[in-house]
Design a protein around this ligand. Sequence first.
Ligand SMILES: Cc1cc2nc3c(=O)[nH]c(=O)nc-3n(C[C@H](O)[C@H](O)[C@H](O)COP(=O)(O)O)c2cc1C
Length: 199
Amino acid sequence: MQFKDIVLERYATKKFDGKKIPDEKIDDLVELIRFAPSALNLQPWRIRIITDQNIKELLKPAAFNQEQITTCSHLLVFCADPDYSGLIKKLEKLLKDNNIPEEVQTMIVGMASQSAGAMTREQQLAWSQAQTYLALGNAVNGAKSLGFDSCPMGGFNPAEFSRILNIPAPLVPVMLCPVGYAADKAMPKVRFSKEEILF
Ligand SMILES: Cc1cc2nc3c(=O)[nH]c(=O)nc-3n(C[C@H](O)[C@H](O)[C@H](O)COP(=O)(O)O)c2cc1C
């Protein structure tokens, strides 16, 4: 599929048919998510994948009873990771393990420490959340490219999701991305014109 077709054919699916997506395809999707861009390559996201139907049933009321939660094949819970000291340590090791030249390592780690250090905890969380949306973008378009459907979902209660899924602090659920095979019809694509978005 051409990227243009993926973008135009993907839509926020409201109901899935319950059929399971093969594990290899979910692995492929995770690869597409893993390669999303992030500031200084800090990758401040973690993803929990839910397949257990009983857990999905428990989560549904915490997502305004939206049907996608229980009809999807896999429910991806995108969480922001605002632990910059932990992320910087992980990045430092990643750069070392990949034989990135030492001066580049020092530069990147220095910039990351400086950027994160200049922020309040709230700003750090907002920074992580913003970048988690980029990973979500890869997920929704990636799903379509792999032959299945998805829905980006912000309509849920993050505190309830954290409680039910036992998500450890400081991770914060940001967005849901149920994936599966659509059992509904796409609405017509309605978007502002080019003139309205360019200024
Ligand atoms: C941040 C965000 C939150 C959203 N939350 C929900 C949601 O809770 N439930 C839902 O069905 N769709 C949700 N959507 C999907 C949008 O309604 C949808 O992307 C938009 O109407 C455009 O339609 P399309 O994606 O089908 O082209 C959300 C999308 C975004 C980006």
